[in-house]
Design a protein around this ligand. Structure first.
Ligand SMILES: C[S@@+](CC[C@H](N)C(=O)[O-])C[C@H]1O[C@@H](n2cnc3c(N)ncnc32)[C@H](O)[C@@H]1O
Length: 287
């Protein structure tokens, strides 16, 4: 494919799942950076940066943790010989449980406190100056206005955050080119994500489901600020949210069985007015 040329049929391209051909050797430059991503998600992020991106906009990694996803994007981009900026947002903190279960088994020496910003900088040194970290509370941050070619959303753990992602970042997507990766789209504890994308479905075409929860969308037109305002999910009542999840079950039936959306509906009814993923408990989990 010639640089900047669009694939004639992105649906066909994604249906072939070419990222599954990405070898562990290709991703070796990112291997030292721990990640919460699954094997296929890592392959997908690398492939998006190497084979889909053309450098027509930034890559934005919302919810980078210690930089694992960022490193996979950067490695893919390096393989393509591009140096387009990759901007990573996170609080850059790790609680004791995450340190024990993810960081130490990945070879990070034990450390005190929960700040991982310096560690992330150190681990991402091979990708500087292409990679820029924006630490802090996401709700207090915005976007500088440059076009975005890949927008990876792994930060929308609350409905309010999902609205912030849409308001700040969606206006800067490139129609027919930008991919939005909704990392937790099919996760039963974040029903506001299918609700949001259902409200915006005129602007985004689902291209593929990757592993369990991740879904990639092509932006086909940029939502106006009025349509983004109408698509806000934080103000929805439980009944409205439930209705939208049921509509999502129909709109996205090619991606997942109805049982997945049904379990989102169950979580909503078990957790009235709850819009934080970590509080969307199963009824039998509650004391
Ligand atoms: C599932 S993790 C991301 C995993 C990462 N992409 C990887 O490759 O390992 C989600 C991240 O979102 C961040 N996050 C969630 N809400 C946030 C907020 N309001 N402000 C800043 N960071 C936030 C968390 O700190 C966490 O690191």
């Amino acid at each position: 494919m010639v640089a900047n040329e669009l694939p004639s049929d992105p649906l066909q391209l994604f249906a072939e799942r070419p990222w599954r051909q990405v070898s562990p050797e290709a991703q070796a430059p990112a291997r030292h950076v721990p990640t919460m991503l699954s094997t296929e998600e890592s392959q997908f992020y690398y492939w998006l940066a190497r084979d889909w991106a053309r450098g027509t906009g930034h890559t934005v990694d919302l919810g980078a943790f210690i930089g694992g996803s960022t490193a996979r994007f950067a490695t893919g981009q390096q393989a393509a010989g591009r140096t387009t900026p990759i901007i990573a947002y996170d609080r850059f903190t790790a609680d004791p449980q995450v340190k024990r279960s993810l960081l130490y088994p990945a070879g990070i020496p034990a450390f005190s406190g929960n700040d991982i910003l310096l560690l992330a900088h150190r681990l991402l040194t091979p990708f500087k100056p292409m990679v820029e970290l924006r630490p802090g509370e996401f709700l207090e941050q915005g976007w500088s206005g440059e076009p975005i070619e890949i927008l990876c959303v792994d930060i929308a753990k609350t409905a309010e955050t999902a609205d912030h992602v849409a308001a700040e970042f969606f206006p800067h997507l490139i129609p027919g080119r930008s991919i939005v990766v909704q990392q937790d789209f099919l996760h039963e504890i974040q029903p506001w994500l299918p609700a949001q994308m259902t409200l915006l479905r005129r602007h985004f075409t689902p291209l593929a489901r990757i592993a369990h929860h991740c879904v990639a969308f092509l932006c086909t037109s940029v939502p106006t600020s009025a349509s983004l305002d109408r698509a806000r999910v934080a103000p929805l009542s439980d009944a409205q949210l439930t209705r939208l999840v049921r509509r999502a079950a129909l709109s996205y039936r090619g991606l997942a069985g109805r049982y997945r959306f049904a379990s989102m509906v169950r979580r909503i009814s078990e957790n009235p007015e709850t819009r934080e993923a970590w509080r969307m408990r199963r009824h039998r989990d509650t004391p």
